[in-house]
Ligand binder design. Structure first.
Ligand code: 0WK
Ligand code: 0WK
Ligand code: BGC
Ligand code: BGC
Length: 877
C-alpha cells in the first residue's frame, strides 16, 4: 500500500512537491533574516520601554526585576526543599548543595517526585492546598523530618512583580493556569497560608524565582558565563543579567540584576502585527487569554500542535489536503499536540508518525498529505525557533551594548520540553542565533536537572546572607537608637543649648555669638569678595548683589585644594597660602587694584567679639596649624595679606559656615533662620532671641548663635549611647575627646563619599547583597546603620533647636526653614530623609523646611559683609 504511495507520489512530483504547496500556503510563516533582525530591533525597543519607569506600565515586555544579583560562585551550600510549579510537571524536591550534606564541594544531590499539575484548579485555595498536600506527602514518603523548619526554594513560572526575593505579586496567569483570587496577590503569602491550613509542615520560603532565573542559576553553577536563562516549554520566556543602572524600578546603579523579560507577552501591544497570521489570530481568539501572550502562542509547546491543527484544518477545507476530507477529530481543539509536532519531525520516523497521527484523526492521508503535514510542522516549529532566535539576539545585543563589547562569549541555560524533546529545535535555534549574531560566541547548556537546583542555589545565597545579616544586625544593635533614646538626646541637646547661652564655657555646646543680627532683607547690594576655608579646599568668590531679594546675585569663584602640610603646618604658612590663593583669584578676575570688602567663611569654632573680630577656639576636622588657636583669625589674615604686599582687602566679616549657609538661604526664603552643615563636620546656627551671651549689648533683639553642637558629649552626656567603635574613632582622631558628637556625623570628606556610594547602591540591602560578595553586603549594612544613627542624632539635635525657637517666641506652632549644606546631607541617598523624619517625630509642633544651599559659604559671607557694611554706614550717619 505504502509502496503504491511512493510510486504515485513520484509521478505527482512531476506534478508538484507537496512541500512547495505548503510553503506557498504558509508563506507568512517563513521569516527571513532581515525580518528576524527587524523583530529583534522591535524587541530591543520593547526591552528599553519595559526597563524605564516612565514607559514600563505600557510596555508589553514587563522586564521584571528578580532581585537575583549574581550567578552562583560554587561556594553555595545547604539543604533545601523545592517546589517547581508552572511547567508541564509539578515537582517537589529535596536539594542538597555543597559540603553541608557530605557531598563533595560544588556537588548537588536531588530527590524529586512529580505530582499531578493542578492547572485546572479554578480556585487559589485548591491550587495551594494541593501544592501543600503534595509537599507534606513528599516529606512523609522521603522520611524527611517534620520536626524542624526546612528552608524552601519556590520556582513559580508566571509573571510576578517582586520587591524582595521571597515575595511576589502575581501579575496574570499564563499557559493553562487560572486559579481565581491570586492575581495581584503575594504568591508566597498564599503558599504560607495553605501550609498553615494543611498544618504539619514547617518551612521558611527563602526565595521565589521564575523558571528562567532558576534555569540560569542551575547552569551557572557549572558555567560562570551563563548569564541568560531560556525556557522553551509549555510556555516560553527568557531572563538575563542587566545593568542595575538601567533598571529604573530598582534603586541603585552598581552591579547587575537578573531581569525576567516575560517575553511571552511580546506582541501584546501589536509589535508583531506584521507577522501574526490568521492561524495565530484564530488560536488566540480561542485561547483562555485572548490578546495576551502573543509571542508565546507563536512559540510555546502549549500552542505549536494547535497551530499545526489549524493550518491542516484550513488546508483540508480548501481541498489542499486529504482531498478536502475533514474529520471531527481534526476539527477538535487540542487533538494535535507539540509531542505530535516533535514526532512528525523525527529524522527516521517522522513521516510514519505523521501518517499515524493523521490516521488517528480519522483521516486517510496520502503520502503527499503526510509530507505536506510534516512540512507544516516544520514550518510552525521553525518559526518558533526563529522567533526565539530573534528574541535572544535582542538580549545578547543589549548585553554587548551594556558592556561596550564588540564580541561576546556567553552561555545560555535552557530548559523546556519543546527544546528538550523536539529533534530539530536546538540545532535550528543555535544556527539562526549564530547567523544573526556572528560576533557572539553563544554556548547553549541544557539544564540537566530542571530548575530546582537553581532555585536552591538562590536560596542558599539568600540563606547565607540572611544569617550573616542577623549576625551583623546583632553587632550593629548599639547603633540602633530607640525613639526614647532620641528623645533623651533632644533633651540633652536642649539642656546644653540653654547652658551654653547662660554662660561662656559652661557647656560642651559652646553657643558662640556670631554678631550677625539679622537675615538679608533685600537691601543688600554691591560687589564683595567671599573667602571660604573648608576641610578639603579653599574657595575665593566674587559676589555681586542688586537690590531686592531672591535671584539678585551673581557669583564667580575659584577653588584651591589645601595640601595636608599646610593644614598641619604653621599658622603663618596657612594664612600665607590663603593670601596667595586670594592674590591668584584677584589676578584671575583682574581686580588686584580693587580694595574689595571681603567676608571670610571660617568653618571652625570661633569666639567673636564683633562680626569681624574672633579668636579661634580650637582646630578640628583635619586642621592642626600651629600658633592659631586663641588668636584673632582676621588679624592673621590681614597680616598675611600685608606680608604678600600685592593687594589689599577690607575684611569686614568672618563667619562660620553654618551662618553663611543660613544667610544665603534666607536670601531666597525669609523664613530661613537656621543654618545646618552636615559635611566633613557638623554644626548648626540659629537666630536666638537676645540671649545673655549677646554680652549685654542693649536693644539686641536677635543674634545668630553658632552652637558648635559638635561638642555635645564631650562632657560625657552621650556616654550611654557611645559605642566602643566611636571611642576608637575618637582616639585615632586629631583631637581626641573633642567634638564627640561630630564623630557620630563626621563625614570626613572622601571616606564619607564611600558610604554614600555604597548606600546609594541599594534601597534594601538584602536584595543588593544577593549579588554581591557577602563582605559587600556587610559593608552596606554597617554603612546603613552608622549613617542612619548619624541622621537620627542630627534630627534629634535639630528638634531641640526648633522647639527652643518656638518656645522663645511663645508659639504653639512654628513654621521655619533651615538652610543646609555639606556633602553628607547632599550626597548621601537616605540621610536627609531620615533626618527630616526624625525632626517631624521629635518636634511635632514645628513645620521645618530644609533648603539645600547653593554656593552657601560664598553668597552667605558676602551677604553678611554687605549687612555689616550697611550697619557701619548707618552708625556713621
Ligand atoms: C523544567 C523546569 C521548570 C520549567 C519547565 C519548563 O524545571 O521549572 O517550568 O522546565 O518547561 P515545560 O515543562 O513547560 O515544558
Ligand atoms: C559647602 C558650604 C561650606 C561648608 C561645606 C561643608 O558652602 O560652607 O563648609 O559645604 O561641607 P563639606 O565640604 O565639609 O562636606
Ligand atoms: C510565563 C513565564 C515562564 C514561561 C516558561 C510563561 O507563560 O509567563 O513566567 O517563565 O511561561 O515557563
Ligand atoms: C566645626 C564647625 C563647622 C562644622 C561644619 C565643625 O567641625 O567645628 O565650626 O561649622 O564643622 O563645617
Amino acid at each position: 500500500m505504502f509502496v503504491v504511495h511512493i510510486v504515485a507520489s513520484f509521478f505527482s512530483k512531476l506534478q508538484e512537491d507537496p512541500t512547495k504547496k505548503v510553503d506557498r500556503f504558509l508563506y507568512a510563516m517563513h521569516l527571513h533574516d532581515d525580518q528576524l533582525s527587524d523583530i529583534s530591533a522591535r524587541f530591543q525597543a520593547e526591552m528599553k520601554k519595559g526597563l524605564s519607569v516612565e514607559s514600563n506600565a505600557a510596555a508589553a515586555l514587563k522586564m521584571l526585576p528578580t532581585h537575583v544579583r549574581s550567578t552562583p560562585d560554587g561556594s553555595e551550600k545547604g539543604e533545601f526543599l523545592a517546589l517547581d510549579l508552572g511547567g508541564s510537571r509539578f515537582k517537589v524536591l529535596q536539594v542538597k548543595v555543597g559540603e553541608a550534606t557530605g557531598i563533595k564541594k560544588g556537588g548537588v544531590e536531588m530527590v524529586e517526585k512529580t505530582y499531578p499539575t493542578p492547572e485546572e484548579s479554578s480556585l487559589l485555595l485548591q491550587l495551594f492546598d494541593h501544592v501543600s498536600e503534595s509537599l507534606k506527602d513528599f516529606l512523609h514518603e522521603k522520611n524527611i523530618s517534620l520536626e524542624r523548619k526546612h528552608p524552601l526554594a519556590f520556582t513559580f513560572s508566571f509573571p510576578c512583580e517582586q520587591s524582595t526575593l521571597n515575595q511576589g505579586l502575581l501579575l496574570n496567569w499564563t499557559k493553562n493556569f487560572r486559579a481565581g483570587g491570586l492575581q495581584g496577590k503575594d504568591v508566597v503569602q498564599a503558599l504560607r497560608g495553605a501550609l498553615d491550613r494543611i498544618g504539619g509542615v514547617d518551612v521558611e520560603v527563602l526565595a521565589m524565582v521564575n523558571d528562567t532565573v532558576a534555569t540560569m542559576m542551575t547552569c551557572g553553577f557549572d558555567d560562570q558565563q551563563c548569564e541568560v536563562g531560556l525556557i522553551i516549554g509549555t510556555g516560553t520566556n527568557a531572563c538575563y543579567m542587566e545593568e542595575l543602572r538601567h533598571i529604573d524600578l530598582v534603586e541603585g546603579d552598581e552591579g547587575r540584576m537578573c531581569v525576567n523579560t516575560e517575553w511571552g507577552a511580546f506582541g501584546d501591544d501589536g509589535a508583531l502585527k506584521d507577522y501574526v497570521t490568521e492561524f495565530d489570530r484564530d488560536l488566540d481568539a480561542a485561547s483562555n487569554n485572548p490578546g495576551k501572550q502573543i509571542l508565546e502562542k507563536m512559540v510555546g509547546g502549549m500552542y505549536l500542535g494547535e497551530l499545526v491543527r489549524l493550518v491542516v484544518l484550513k488546508m483540508a477545507k480548501l481541498g489542499l489536503l486529504f482531498k478536502g476530507q475533514v474529520s471531527k477529530a481534526l476539527r477538535t481543539k487540542g487533538t494535535i499536540t507539540t509531542e505530535h509536532v516533535a514526532a512528525m519531525e523525527e529524522y527516521k520516523n517522522g513521516l510514519n508518525n505523521t501518517r499515524d497521527l493523521l490516521m488517528g484523526l480519522d483521516l486517510i492521508p496520502t503520502f503527499d498529505d503526510c509530507v505536506a503535514v510534516q512540512h507544516v510542522s516544520t514550518i510552525v516549529s521553525f518559526r518558533s525557533s526563529n522567533l526565539v532566535s530573534a528574541g535572544l539576539a535582542a538580549i545578547l545585543t543589549r548585553i554587548m551594548e551594556n558592556r561596550n563589547l564588540r564580541k561576546l562569549r556567553i552561555t545560555v541555560g535552557v530548559d523546556g520540553t519543546v527544546y528538550k524533546m523536539h529533534p530539530q529545535y536546538p540545532k535550528r535555534l543555535h544556527k539562526v542565533v549564530r547567523r544573526l549574531l556572528p560576533e557572539c560566541h553563544v554556548r547553549f547548556v541544557l539544564s540537566d536537572s530542571g530548575s530546582s537546583k537553581g532555585a536552591a542555589l538562590v536560596s542558599a545565597v539568600a540563606q547565607r546572607l540572611a544569617s550573616r545579616r542577623r549576625q551583623v544586625d546583632g553587632m550593629l544593635s548599639p547603633f540602633r537608637l530607640s525613639q526614647e533614646q532620641l528623645r533623651l538626646v533632644k533633651t540633652r541637646m536642649r539642656t546644653a543649648l540653654e547652658a551654653g547661652l547662660k554662660s561662656k564655657g559652661s557647656s560642651a555646646v559652646k553657643m558662640l555669638p556670631s554678631f550677625v543680627y539679622r537675615t538679608p532683607d533685600g537691601t543688600e547690594h554691591g560687589k564683595y569678595l567671599a573667602l571660604h576655608l573648608g576641610e578639603t579646599n579653599f574657595r575665593a568668590s566674587l559676589v555681586k548683589f542688586k537690590q531686592g531679594l531672591q535671584h539678585n546675585s551673581r557669583l564667580y569663584n575659584k577653588m584651591y585644594t589645601i595640601p595636608l602640610e599646610i593644614k598641619q603646618g604653621s599658622g603663618e604658612e596657612l594664612f600665607d597660602y590663603i593670601a596667595q590663593c586670594v592674590g591668584d583669584f584677584l589676578d584671575y578676575m583682574g581686580m588686584k587694584k580693587a580694595r574689595l570688602p571681603a567676608g571670610f567663611t571660617f568653618s571652625f569654632p570661633c569666639e567673636h567679639t564683633a562680626v569681624d573680630k574672633c579668636t579661634l577656639v580650637s582646630w578640628n576636622k583635619g586642621f592642626k596649624a600651629t600658633d592659631c588657636e586663641g588668636r584673632d583669625v582676621v588679624s592673621m589674615l590681614r597680616e598675611a595679606i600685608k606680608r604678600r604686599n600685592e593687594f589689599d582687602l577690607d575684611v569686614a566679616a568672618v563667619v562660620n559656615d553654618t551662618v553663611a549657609t543660613m544667610m544665603s538661604c534666607a536670601y531666597e526664603d525669609p523664613r530661613c533662620e537656621i543654618g545646618l552643615i552636615v559635611g566633613t563636620g557638623c554644626n548648626v546656627c540659629y537666630m536666638e532671641e537676645g540671649s545673655e551671651r549677646a554680652e549685654g549689648r542693649a536693644g539686641i533683639l536677635k543674634m545668630c548663635i553658632n552652637t558648635e553642637w559638635g561638642g555635645l558629649g564631650d562632657d560625657g552626656s552621650l556616654d550611654d549611647i557611645i559605642t566602643p567603635h566611636d571611642i576608637e574613632v575618637d582616639q585615632h582622631s586629631l583631637n581626641p575627646a573633642k567634638q564627640r558628637e561630630d564623630y557620630f556625623f563626621r563625614g570626613q570628606g572622601g571616606r564619607n563619599s564611600c558610604v554614600n556610594i555604597i548606600l546609594s547602591g541599594s534601597a534594601n540591602t538584602v536584595l543588593f547583597c544577593v549579588a554581591m560578595p557577602i563582605m559587600v553586603c556587610v559593608v552596606v549594612q554597617v554603612c546603613g546603620a552608622v549613617s542612619r544613627r548619624a541622621a537620627q542624632l542630627c534630627g534629634a539635635g535639630m528638634a531641640a533647636v526648633v522647639d527652643k525657637i518656638r518656645e522663645n517666641r511663645g508659639l504653639d506652632h512654628l513654621n521655619i526653614s533651615v538652610g543646609v549644606d555639606g556633602t553628607l546631607y547632599k550626597l548621601h541617598p537616605h540621610f536627609s530623609g531620615i533626618l527630616q523624619g526624625t525632626v517631624r517625630v521629635l518636634a511635632p509642633q514645628c513645620t521645618v523646611t530644609f533648603l539645600p544651599s547653593e554656593e552657601g559659604s560664598g553668597k552667605g559671607a558676602a551677604l553678611i559683609t554687605a549687612v555689616a557694611r550697611q550697619k557701619l554706614e548707618t552708625s556713621h550717619d
